[in-house]
Design a protein. Structure first.
Length: 1359
């Protein structure tokens, strides 16, 4: 085969045939689509199969069944070479704004499911594939298809709502279920009519009476979009499968050979060819889904010169039903395994398929749909990962493997303990090929269960998983054989010896089994993955669940011998079940009489949603390549604090295609200095590195692959420098900080001495990775004539980028233009930290006089650009017996990382937010920004506010617990009102927090549900619920007074069209849409006549960063100002001919030589910033308020939790656009839910970030959002201090997600109280499964906790 001619790849993309005789086997489909075919709709979000941004549909024709199969796949992992004879459909192939939209594209856009839009093409393609396979799916099908797709902006609800319209559940969840429901009529809800006709259970506002809060029953709408605008879905319009593919069966049978510069790729068509290839190349990798090999190559620096694709070998692809079980060819994909086992479960007696049922349950949580569609069963077994989800089940089941080699022929291996020989090793020899996997049927007297606990339920690898099987002697409850196999408990799948033959299935077996497991499953503190005590606890908790489940089954069989399970015990055996999500959104309609043309207050669709849904929207890396363009790859520090002894780039420079390698010496020392406020950073580290991930150099090469490979060849010699400060505790020890700053109110000492009660506490709130779906991307284009630079950047702050680039190049700002079309999310992470990436490429572009581009890989972005600040809070509170706060003293320590960046302001914002919504006469708050050797931490939605408020809420809830008082009563008693002052003496006007609070109580039916939760907790031992009501207040304005200004520019052209520009950037939040709405109202023209092209420093100079939730307020006023100028100039023409209309007025004004271009400017009045030295100032122009109720359920044996329901009432003044504002509420809340429950940054003691991608770092997925999610915008609360009486909304709702955290804590407290543990306990954020389980505390957790001191170095530290 090797000497044969090279093959030509035949592939259809969007119906078009491609033939490529020069395919490089290393190239993924994603790179091929984006770079070779210039189909940039398919996005790169992670490159590791974890985000779904790259989802495409692959179709193949099965000549034996005469059927076309469609499946979704991750283009980032699919080698293009594997697609010979297949058809690929991308988002561009299914519809476009220029021709015809596909219904999936239209519905996600119109339902407001696309904010930044970077995830949207992937979402569309998952839905499209589902519809191709099933035009009338259920919501459960949608859920299954979307487990592999992430969105960081929307909070998923609007995506689900948009796609719900395709499903059989279309009438439920999102609507009241009535045949004439407003949702279906799309006409707006006649609330009065509904109140009269249907009870609270049936109408859209399920449960709580959300219509009638505060007696407001009119001018309310639920209708964020009109479903009648949706074009009907007509499957017959879908792109047809290329007929040519049906006519060429040989394309699927051919032997193929592709050869690239580094890798040869074979696709043999018989087992003997496969075996001889393997004999010839024992080191060759067999590749099916490439979901392991692809990761090894991309992220673990592995190179495999020979790859063999076995998907044409019949023996490896067939499924056979045998007497003993089902035999799967090793290349059978997991989706096919799933389908086959499901059919068996549905057709065979229950007892025969218990193993299959357990495997199906496990596969439900295995990767995402895209992964299961491509990954093979054999790949999972042969990889032998210690956290494989299948291996523990297969090992416990005694699966049998057939392996073959050319030399030794066939042999059979039983999967047992001896199969796994070490970390990712097993007894299959290098020259052998795994041919089949036989999964046996179970027997009547046999029970089998699988367990998995991961950080996130969907698409996550296991922390611990297990397969457990017990066979009893015929017609007895006496054990014949017990096998348990665990993943996540050592370097291999482990099968502890459980020789309990002859023992009865009773509590003594449980007891001895538990002790045995703990003995046989030791883990040291340094075990990779950490969480040692939790993992041990999980192992025994699983065994306990298994014991109970089996006992339950035995008791049905032998009621006189085996006691039935109590209700409590039955609860312990329950597994999570999917429920269809439901939601409601309520908002105030526009006042009667508002012109139909005027879009203010209406739920206008995001201005570029349709372009985003069709893949037409351009992000930086989608911009066409310039001639001579080069690509940059960064050389990063691998040490946290070290002197650079030498840099050696000789190997990199020798690589073909490398243009130049840059280090600090290539730049004048002064110009190398940079930083957003203090110049305390360097573009290239010159002498000392102060964190892992710091930029030391830049390799510039002809393309990305060359640059990245060359960057890995650069050698740096270091000498460690002391101290190495990683954690906040290290910084406190070394007194390494900026600050402290203090705010005083009243007399704190006096307040404490007069307090009848004083409590003290401490809490840690972990950091959070921004995880915007689009990583940092920049393109620097030098201008030859004037030495200037155009920078196309994914930044929230083009002015800062312009200033820093000018500084680095030694030129004036007027020679640098920074342009931002849109970003795929920012959340604060692209406000300043983007400059670590954009400055090096600008330096290179300027020196080389050629354009240079860079888009960071996800792991690089996560390493370099910092996170939300982890905070340690220490608090002391004084209060009366009645629960009135008398004194508070709080200290914050934030882990700022290695440079000041915005950390000083973040800490100050936390300090200014610490009062949340409570009064107290005597308060002191002190803040420290700890300087450590971590990457510089930075702004993140809320900017320190959420952390500052979290400590206060911890303090408040602990006070209520101490007093034995209801938390709500204590909160209400101390709650602020209009006329009160904050701890920094700002007086509160129009304070609406009590209204939000009361409304959410009514909406959530809070008091009744609280009683139900209490009843539930009394009745259940192993599952507990918590329900929590929480208020918030968020101050609006930049703390630096000078930033509270904004500019806009309006051009009116003679055809009447308007080009609007303002200083703010679009990152998904809908700022451009709102600005168009403002201009539309003032100019009195339809929004469709106004266009915003981009944000650019040459249009609006000196713009403030798009941040602090303040941009609609600032830029809205600037746009208003500019548009008023235009209208004033048009006034004479309007007066002269009032009926003529816009186009004619504009024309007349032009002919009258009137300027139709105007700038607008705004500065916020009434704010002064806060002077910490003088202890005075007015930092905020107003406050945004809200309140939430969340109910959760916790599994006390595993630490798993579900958010059952959240209700939010949010005051956004008179909303400019309820759809966008509700989108911000839901998206902000979901991000907060990640912050407080799921997302955990793990650093090694040496300061290396260990969680560097979606595989290791879990943001919320579809399943994590509240199963019921109701959001109302407070009605009748206009805000006189912002544009058209609106309020800022980007950040304020995030903190409401702490209601989830506190509800979880309440559920745990209930478990602890029952088990004799102190219900007053410290609980740090995030509330991960590990923390929940260990805090629940019980005999199992106690047994799993070793008292002996473990001196080994921990795997990770809390920073
Ligand atoms: C995003 C993502 C999520 C994931 N989630 C999970 C999860 O939830 N649970 C889990 O257990 N795993 C998970 N994985 C791991 C991976 O998907 C599985 O291990 C998968 O089954 C591997 O199959 P593959 O076909 O893609 O393997 P490939 O990458 O194609 O091959 C894997 C290895 O197996 C060898 N191999 C394959 N077939 C044979 C054969 N017939 N004979 C000899 N050697 C062979 C290859 O040489 C290679 O070394 C995930 C991976 C990703 C990228
Ligand atoms: S880019 Fe492919 S899954 Fe993230
Ligand atoms: S809209 Fe989903 S990531 Fe931005």
């Amino acid at each position: 085969m090797e000497r044969g001619p090279l093959s030509t790849l035949v592939l259809f993309v969007n119906g078009k045939k491609l033939e490529d005789a020069e395919v490089d086997p290393e190239v993924t489909l994603l790179t091929y689509l984006r770079q070779k075919l210039r189909l940039c709709g398919t996005k790169l979000g992670c490159g590791e199969g974890g985000c779904g941004a790259c989802t495409v549909m692959i179709s193949k024709y099965d000549h034996t069944t005469d059927k076309v199969e469609h499946y979704s796949a991750n283009a980032c992992l699919t080698p293009v070479a594997s697609l010979h004879g297949r058809a690929v459909t991308t988002v561009e192939g299914i519809g476009s704004t220029k021709t015809r939209l596909h219904a999936a594209q239209e519905r996600i856009a119109l339902a407001h499911g696309s904010q930044c839009g970077f995830c949207t093409p992937g979402m569309v393609m998952s839905m499209y594939t589902l519809l191709r396979n099933n035009p009338r799916p259920t919501m459960a099908d949608v859920d299954e298809y979307f487990a592999g797709n992430l969105c960081r902006c929307t909070g998923y609800r609007p995506i689900l709502e948009g796609f719900r319209s395709f499903t059989t559940d279309a009438a439920t969840g999102g609507s009241c279920g009535r045949s004439d429901c407003c949702r279906k009529r799309g006409k707006g809800c006649d609330i009065k009519e509904m109140n009269g006709e249907v009870n609270g259970e049936m109408n859209c506002e399920v449960n709580g009476d959300v219509n009638n809060v505060n007696g407001v029953t009119d001018n309310i709408s639920h209708v964020l979009y009109d479903t009648e605008e949706f074009q009907p879905y007509d499957p017959s319009q879908d792109i047809i499968f290329p007929p040519e593919l049906k006519l060429h069966p040989e394309w699927q049978r051919q032997n193929l050979v592709f050869r690239g510069p580094r890798v040869s790729y074979f696709r043999p068509s018989s087992l003997s060819q496969l075996l001889s290839l393997k004999a010839e190349h024992p080191g060759a990798r067999i590749v099916v889904g490439n979901t392991e090999v692809g990761i090894e190559v991309k992220f673990k620096n592995q190179t495999y010169p020979v790859l063999i694709n076995p998907t044409n070998v019949v023996e490896l692809t067939k499924v056979a039903l045998t007497k003993e079980g089902v035999a799967f060819g090793a290349s059978v994909t997991l989706s096919v395994v799933e389908g086959t086992l499901r059919r068996q479960v549905n057709s065979l007696p229950e007892y025969r398929t218990r193993i299959f049922t357990a495997i199906l349950e496990m596969l439900r949580w295995f990767g995402g749909k895209q992964i299961r569609n491509t990954a093979a069963i054999g790949g999972n077994i042969v990889t032998s990962s210690p956290i494989s989800d299948l291996n523990p089940l297969l090992a416990a089941a005694g699966a049998r493997l057939t392996v073959r080699s050319a030399e030794f022929g066939e042999r059979e291996i039983v999967m047992d303990q001896s199969f796994f020989t070490g970390y990712r090793r097993n007894t299959i020899r290098p020259e052998e090929v795994l041919v089949t996997v036989l999964i046996p049927y179970s027997q009547k007297n046999e029970y089998f269960l699988g367990f998995k606990q991961s950080r996130r339920r969907e698409d996550d690898i296991a922390i611990v998983n297990a397969g457990m099987r017990v066979r009893f002697l015929q017609e007895t409850a006496v054990v014949e054989r017990l096998v348990v196999a665990f993943g996540g408990m050592g370097p291999t799948t482990v099968l502890p010896l459980m020789d309990y033959e002859g023992r009865s299935w009773d509590s003594s077996l449980l007891e001895t089994g538990t002790s045995r497991l703990l003995q046989e499953l030791p883990l040291s503190a340094s075990a990779p993955g950490g969480m040692v005590e939790y993992r041990r606890t999980l192992a025994v908790s699983f065994f306990f669940k298994f014991y109970l489940s089996v006992r339950g089954r035995l008791s049905e069989q032998f009621p006189s011998l085996v006691a039935a399970l109590t209700e409590e015990e039955q609860e312990a055996t329950k597994v999570y079940r999917y429920t269809t999500p439901r939601s409601t959104q309520l908002f105030q309609t526009v006042p009667p009489g508002q012109s139909a043309l005027d879009p203010i207050g209406r739920p206008l669709t995001h201005a570029s949603a349709l372009q985003q849904a069709t893949g037409e929207a351009l992000y930086v890396d989608d911009l066409p390549r310039f001639k001579g363009e080069l690509y940059g790859a960064l050389v990063l520090s691998s040490r946290a604090h070290a002197r650079i002894l030498s840099t050696d780039a000789s190997d990199a420079r020798r690589m073909e295609g490398v243009e130049r390698v840059f280090f600090a010496e290539d730049l004048e020392a002064e110009r190398n200095k940079t930083g957003c406020i203090l110049l305390d950073e360097e573009i290239f580290a010159s002498d000392t590195v102060t964190c892992v991930g710091q930029v030391i150099g830049l390799v510039v090469a002809k393309d990305q692959a060359t640059a990245q490979r060359a960057a890995k060849l650069v050698r740096i010699e270091y000498e460690d420098v002391k101290p190495r400060i990683i954690t906040i505790q290290d910084a406190i020890r070394e007194k390494s900080w900026w600050g402290p700053w203090t705010i005083h109110q009243g007399d704190v000492e006096q307040g404490f001495s007069a307090s009848p009660h004083v409590l003290e506490g401490e809490m840690h709130v972990g950091g959070q990775e921004h995880f915007y779906l689009e990583t940092n991307a920049h393109l620097a284009v030098p201008r030859c004539e004037d030495g200037g630079m155009d920078v196309f950047s994914s930044t929230q702050n083009p002015t800062l980028t312009q200033q820093l680039v000018a500084r680095a190049l030694g030129i004036a700002c007027n020679r640098v233009t920074c342009r931002v079309k849109r970003m795929g999310g920012g959340f604060g992470g692209k406000e300043t930290r983007n400059n670590s990436v954009s400055l090096p490429i600008c330096v290179a572009a300027s020196v080389l006089k050629r354009p240079v581009r860079i888009m960071l890989d996800r792991d690089e972005d996560m390493q370099i650009t910092g996170t939300r600040h982890p905070f340690l809070g220490r608090w002391k509170v004084g209060f009366t017996a009645e629960g009135v706060f008398t004194a508070m003293d709080v200290e914050f320590y934030a882990n700022a990382g290695c440079s000041a960046n915005q950390s000083l302001e973040v800490v100050q914002k936390a300090m200014l937010s610490m009062d949340n919504v409570y009064r107290c006469k005597n308060r002191r708050v002190t803040g420290y920004a700890c300087k450590t050797n971590l990457p510089s931490n930075t702004a993140f939605r809320g900017f320190g506010g959420p952390q500052g408020m979290m400590f206060t809420e911890d303090m408040v809830s602990r006070t209520a617990d101490f007093l034995g008082m209801a938390h709500d009563e204590l909160r209400r008693k101390n709650m602020i009102d209009s006329g009160d002052v904050t701890h920094f003496e700002q007086s509160l006007e129009r304070c609406t927090v009590r209204r939000c609070w009361d409304d959410v109580i009514a909406q959530a039916n809070y008091h009744t549900r609280r009683e139900a939760v209490e009843r539930f907790n009394k009745a259940n031992k192993y599952r507990k619920r918590g329900i929590y009501l929480l208020p918030t207040k968020f101050g609006i304005a930049f703390s630096d007074l000078s930033l509270n200004q904004a500019g806009a520019l309006v051009h009116v052209y003679t055809d009447g069209s308007v080009l609007l520009t303002h200083g703010g950037t679009e990152m998904g939040q809908g700022l451009h849409t709102k600005m168009i709405q403002v201009a539309s109202r003032v100019l009195r023209i339809p929004a469709s006549r106004i266009y915003i092209s981009e944000t650019s420093t040459d249009k609006v100079p000196n713009a403030t960063s798009t941040a602090a939730s303040f941009s609609s307020d600032l830029y809205g006023m600037a746009v208003l100002n500019a548009c008023n100028t235009i209208m004033n100039r048009l006034e004479p023409y309007i007066s002269k001919n009032p009926k003529a209309g816009w186009d004619k007025w504009v024309k007349a004004a032009y002919l009258g030589r009137v300027s139709l271009s105007a700038t607008g400017f705004h500065k916020t009045s009434g704010v002064t910033g806060f002077d910490f030295e003088m202890q005075k100032g007015i930092p905020f122009t107003y406050f945004t308020y809200g309140a939430a109720v969340t109910e959760v359920e916790v599994d006390c044996l595993t630490g798993d939790h579900s958010v059952l329901r959240t209700d939010i009432v949010m005051d956004v003044g008179d909303s400019l656009n309820p759809a966008l504002d509700i989108g911000q509420v839901e998206g902000g809340f979901t991000q907060g839910l990640g912050l407080f429950t799921l997302e955990e940054l793990r650093f090694s003691p040496e300061g290396v970030l260990l969680t560097r991608g979606p595989g290791a770092y879990k943001i919320p997925g579809f399943q994590d959002i509240p199963r019921e999610f109701n959001v109302s915008l407070l009605r009748g609360a206009p805000n006189p201090r912002a544009i058209f009486s609106s309020k800022a909304i980007g950040e304020p709702p995030l903190f409401l997600a702490s209601s989830v955290f506190l509800a979880i804590k309440e559920a745990i407290a209930s478990a602890r109280a029952e088990r004799g543990f102190d219900p007053l306990f410290r609980f740090d954020s995030p509330a991960t499964a590990e923390r929940i389980r260990m805090a629940c505390g019980d005999a199992l957790a106690r047994m799993a906790t070793t008292d002996t001191e473990d001196t080994s170095k921990p795997w990770s530290v809390t920073v």
